[in-house]
Design a protein around this ligand. Structure first.
Ligand SMILES: Nc1ncnc2c1ncn2[C@@H]1O[C@H](COP(=O)(O)OP(=O)(O)OP(=O)(O)O)[C@@H](O)[C@H]1O
Ligand SMILES: [Mg+2]
Length: 442
């Protein structure tokens, strides 16, 4: 390496070590001081070696960092108009870099798709088509798509850079969200999806890893407009999740590979995400992705308020309607869902979910199936009926008591009357025996 090339690599290495939180600014400053001292002497060394020597980095951390810098450099020299600053993360399908958009001097995130995903021409077509639609979306809760392109066989997607964390970061630490906190996040996402659906764009991959929360606490839905293939799901079934993250949030109709996927698939995935947030558990868990998918298709959902008993009946009903296996039984659209989310958020019952539960109960009755009284509506109805019976019984007892008293009073009156009649009939004796009535003078 030439001297100045080595220096610029050291600078990048140091900056990325701090950015990736492998060391502190202070530790880096110390190392740089020593680096300069050694360069002046007879024992020059690279920053990477020095940081390992001083045990600021482990050898494997240093190797990983060096590898990702090389990778970033490869990408940065290839995508014109952008300078890659470092790697932000990677998922099953792509690597995401932090970069500077040179023309506008702003920080962006660039998602680069590996070649194996972009060899199929229909995929590339959809990648561009959906990228173009996504770039037209403009919503505060959607990660703004900026550009899509291809260079040297690499397909890239440029988007707004979100400084913050993903919802997955919180959930993987075991955080259980309060009902209010969860609803505040889900309402922002439902608004974002309502906007996308109105433009004809379905997300198809709503999940905690694609939900970011920035430093101001604003929720941002990522990967909107990133084309997914139905064959990804087939691949997941065969490759046990290697090609496709474990499908904890996917709608049954997507698992079945149906072609007419609509906004209700996003409602299901959002429901599964809300379920995870308020219970601390994914709705269906198993040791393999195919088993998780089987459960999405067949297994009844354990109501969230059975896991977290502090949840309101309302939020549980909303989640159950969101996650109905049959899309016809879900909310029709995001607008309908938002009515119920807002109602529960304000402490009121979810009107639309209640209607669904009542309809379901009616249908079951029509079918001659015994109705399960788990839902709160039925309980409220039963309680009201019981209260009415109680009032009727008390009124009946009171009425009987009054009747009894009247009968008693009448009997007493009758007895008195007959006694006075007796005394009038049978003459003086009774008068004279009565002290209040003076006896006639003889
Ligand atoms: N716009 C962005 N701004 C900042 N960081 C981002 C942005 N988009 C993605 N990231 C980061 O890059 C990581 C990788 O994202 P990517 O979409 O490739 O995979 P994923 O969504 O995490 O997982 P999967 O591959 O299972 O879908 C994310 O977890 C996130 O930390
Ligand atoms: Mg993602």
């Amino acid at each position: 390496m030439a001297d100045n090339e080595a220096t610029s690599f050291d600078t990048l290495f140091g900056r990325m070590a701090v950015e990736q939180k492998l060391c502190t600014e202070e530790e880096l400053k110390e190392c740089k001081k020593e680096l300069q001292a050694r360069a002046a002497g007879s024992n020059p060394v690279t920053l990477e070696r020095l940081m390992v020597e001083k045990q600021v980095l482990t050898p494997s951390q240093a190797a990983r960092l060096k590898g990702s810098i090389r990778e970033s450099r490869d990408v940065s020299t290839q995508i014109p108009g952008y300078r890659v600053l470092g790697k932000l993360g990677s998922g099953a399908m792509a690597v995401v870099y932090k970069a500077k958009q040179l023309s506008l001097d702003r920080t962006v995130a660039i998602k680069v798709l590996p070649k194996k995903f972009v060899q199929k021409s229909d995929y590339v077509e959809r990648f561009y088509k959906e990228g173009r639609i996504a770039a037209k979306l403009n919503h505060n809760n959607i990660v703004q798509a900026i550009d899509v392109g291809e260079v040297g066989g690499l397909y890239y997607f440029v988007m707004e850079y979100v400084e913050g964390k993903t919802l997955y970061d919180d959930l993987s630490k075991g955080k259980i969200f309060s009902e209010k906190e969860a609803l505040d996040i889900i309402i922002q996402l439902a608004n974002a999806l309502a906007h996308a659906h109105a433009q004809g764009l379905i997300h198809r991959d709503v999940k905690p890893k694609n939900i970011m929360i920035n430093k101001e606490g604003i929720v941002k839905l990522a990967d909107m407009g990133l084309a997914r293939e139905a064959s990804d799901i087939k691949a997941a079934k065969h490759e046990q999740g290697k090609a496709f993250g474990t499908p904890y949030y996917i709608a049954p109709e997507q698992i079945r590979g149906e072609l007419d996927i609509d906004g209700r698939a996003d409602i299901y995935a959002l429901g599964a995400t809300l379920y995870h947030m308020v219970t601390g558990r994914v709705p269906f868990d198993a040791s393999s992705p195919s088993e998780v998918m089987r459960k999405h298709l067949k297994e009844p959902l354990v109501p969230p308020d059975h896991i977290n008993t502090s949840l309101s009946a309302g939020i549980s009903e909303v989640i159950e309607v969101m996650m109905a296996k049959n899309k016809e039984d879900r909310y029709k659209n995001m607008e309908e869902l938002l009515i119920d989310l807002q109602a529960v958020r304000d402490g009121n019952p979810p009107v639309i979910a209640r209607q669904r539960f009542n309809m379901e109960a009616l249908e079951k009755l029509e079918d001659g199936v015994e109705v399960n009284h788990r839902d709160e509506t039925q309980k409220v109805y039963n309680d009201a009926l019981l209260a009415k019976y109680k009032v009727a019984v008390v009124a009946l007892i009171a009425l009987s008591a009054v009747l009894f008293l009247i009968v008693l009073f009448l009997a007493f009156q009758l007895k008195n009357k007959s006694e006075s009649y007796d005394s009038m009939t049978y003459g003086q004796a009774s008068f004279s025996s009565c002290p209040e009535i003076p006896s006639k003078p003889a």
